[in-house]
Design a protein around this ligand. Structure first.
Ligand code: DGT
Ligand code: CA
Ligand code: CA
Ligand code: ZN
Length: 597
């Protein structure tokens, strides 16, 4: 076997076998044995395939008997398990696909297949939409709605790649190409990656090379390439591990600006720009701008000169959505967008006191090394048992330690907490505990399938608490894994405005929450935004760029971002009684103390 089988692969294998046996109506003992094996393997701290390679006796592991042990060996040796393949053949096709939809257990799949004749996820979706799914035993309207949400999340996951993965793949492939192409001068990402879209359909790269003929074949020859789709002089398309398509185009340095502009898109932006150009007697393509009457094509080495030829200022890629950006550009009203370097603090950070990976002393040191003026440590509150949430006693001790640490730093260290908003809207700490903190973020972490009215009311209750400074990752979505909760965003943002509560743009790349359109509405309403990393690891601190991209896509300048203000301004806001913070923030935006320290 060339590829290493991970413990997760074994867990999936045995869970699937258990589920398939259950659908078949096989022996309960057999089903339990597979489930037990899956649970056991899931908790191993070492590689099962590695143990097989060492020749270890797997039957010494509790929960793994002879039959399971043989299947593990078979899987490692051949990459297949015959018993598994047989089961899959005996059941209707697509049963596994149905089982992979969260919320669809074996009993539900069995009922869906037998009673509703469902044979695919598409048919399951239809049944969820037209109400048939809800009528199955033990199902109901709510569960059916959740299944529908999961199907949509899964579709997103399969079709498009999350931004962070595309961005890492782009960096890795670029490094490999530079290694093998002596003549390569530059490699520039275009397309949706350059626009910082949440998910990426394919990666578009533009190469400038002293030896253009070598770049395409070099890409096609990389070891990470799974498939070569197109190989030509102007364009090479490949699919790289993990299933991401890359379109590579060669550019001449003197027309690079036009090519970058064209392939950055968005398509909507380009269509509008082309109309705009046509009205000036100009036509656009990836090589330049042509004067229609004379058929003369002008070339542009950079985007600034390209846009300038159309009488426009350069438009940041994050704004190129085909919405209002052209009108704003023409009117000279493009915003001066916030940049990563504008951030002066990070106000959502975890240590190993809850579910972070580093001692708080190391987290603080790492934040200081970012050059920030201020930070807040915000470990989880007590109710979040899975995240080792802090009791009031532990929190009080942490506060003391942080206060002692402050002596060693110029950076202002705020004592904070990410307090759970309970299902009924109550805060997970009583007010007297919250009162000892400098900074309180309130977040939803459970009961995420509450209906719209309940969820909206729940978050509004948190906003009405005088100690709550900001709402963390409001929608709780995990890109490609978990859909956002259902809430009335307009009501939430109006309440944030009325109560003086800030809204977080959580920069963790799997979250990006608030998302761009919601952040834009917050900005319009004058609700302060905070761009936080929610870092659980020192590496996570560099994720601010993903949050800043969301803010930029929301047309935010530094004046709209609370943690872009100098420490004195930020603390001035924080020390203002909550009921007056909105007025205070309005004054800050108007006077924009940003960039003055
Ligand atoms: P994606 O890949 O789905 O995440 O989104 P994009 O925007 O990267 O789209 P893609 O890769 O199909 O094309 C890259 C850019 O190239 C696109 O944003 C605009 C430009 N482009 C591609 N095809 C056309 C076209 O037919 N007309 C125009 N005006 N522009 C195009
Ligand atoms: Ca693309
Ligand atoms: Ca493309
Ligand atoms: Zn959280």
């Amino acid at each position: 076997m060339a590829t290493q089988i991970s413990n997760d692969d074994f867990v999936d294998l045995f869970n699937n076998m258990a589920a398939m046996l259950e659908i078949k109506g096989d022996s309960v003992f057999k089903i339990r044995a597979y489930q037990r094996a899956a649970n056991t393997i899931d908790q191993l701290s070492w590689s099962l395939a590695g143990a097989v390679a060492n020749g270890d006796d797997l039957r010494k592991i509790p929960g793994i008997g002879k039959a399971i042990s043989e299947k593990v060996q078979e899987y490692v040796a051949t990459g297949h398990v015959a018993a598994y393949d047989r089961l899959a053949e005996e059941l209707p096709p697509n049963v596994l696909e149905l089982l992979e939809v969260p919320g669809m257990g074996p009993k539900t799949v069995k009922a869906a297949v037998e009673e509703l004749n469902i044979a695919s996820v598409a048919e399951l979706e239809q049944a969820a939409l037209d109400g048939r799914l809800a009528q199955l035993p033990r199902m109901g309207k709510k569960s059916a709605e959740n299944i529908l949400r999961h199907i949509h999340a899964q579709r997103m996951r399969s079709d498009r790649t999350p931004l962070v993965i595309a961005s890492e793949t782009c960096a890795a492939v670029s490094a490999q190409l530079f290694d093998v192409c002596a003549g390569l001068v530059s490699l520039t990402p275009a397309g949706s990656l350059r626009r910082w879209e949440e998910t990426i359909g394919d990666l578009d790269l533009i190469a400038i090379s002293d030896n253009p003929a070598e770049t395409g074949p070099a890409l096609a020859g990389l070891s990470s390439v799974q498939e070569v789709l197109v190989q030509g002089d102007a364009k090479t398309s490949v699919v790289v591990d993990p299933g991401i398509q890359i379109d590579l185009r060669a550019a001449e340095p003197d027309s690079f600006g036009a090519m970058l502009q064209y392939f950055t898109g968005s398509q909507q932006h380009n269509i509008r720009l082309r109309d705009y150009a046509n009205r000036q007697g100009l036509s656009l393509n990836e090589y330049g701008i042509t004067v229609i009457e004379s058929e003369q094509t002008e070339r542009f080495a950079d985007e600034e000169s390209f846009y300038a030829r159309l009488g426009l200022p350069w438009i940041a890629p994050e704004l190129r959505r085909g919405a209002d950006e052209l009108d704003a550009a023409r009117a000279g009203q493009l915003p001066k967008l916030v940049e990563v370097s504008d951030l002066r603090g990070d106000l959502h950070l975890h240590s190993d006191w809850s579910d972070g990976k580093f001692p708080l002393e190391e987290m603080v040191a790492a934040v200081a090394a970012m050059g920030y003026e201020y930070m807040a440590l915000t470990d989880h509150s007590q109710g979040l048992g899975v995240a080792n949430g802090l009791t009031p006693d532990r929190l009080a001790r942490q506060v003391e330690i942080l206060k002692a640490l402050q002596d060693r730093y110029d950076m202002t260290i705020l004592c904070g907490s990410e307090v759970d908003i309970r299902a009924d809207g109550a805060m997970d700490f009583p007010d007297d505990v919250l009162a000892m903190l400098d900074w309180v973020i309130a977040s939803v972490h459970n009961a995420m399938s509450q209906d719209r009215a309940t969820m909206t009311k729940r978050i509004i209750s948190a906003m009405e608490n005088p100690h709550v400074c900001a709402i963390g990752h409001a929608s709780t979505r995990l890109l490609g894994h978990r859909d956002p909760v259902d809430f009335d965003i307009e009501a939430l943002l109006q309440t944030a405005r009325a109560t003086g509560t800030a809204m977080e743009i959580n920069a963790a790349p799997e979250r990006l929450d608030l998302k761009d359109t919601h952040a834009a509405r917050a900005r319009e309403l004058g609700v302060p935004l905070v761009v936080n990393t929610d870092a659980h690891h020192t590496d996570g601190l560099s994720n601010q760029r993903f949050g800043v991209a969301v803010a930029r896509r929301a047309w935010c300048g530094p004046e709209h971002v609370l943690n872009a203000y100098p420490v004195a301004d930020f603390l001035g806001w924080l020390r203002t009684p909550k009921g007056q913070r909105t007025a205070r923030f309005d004054a800050m935006v108007a006077g924009a103390g940003v960039g003055t320290s």
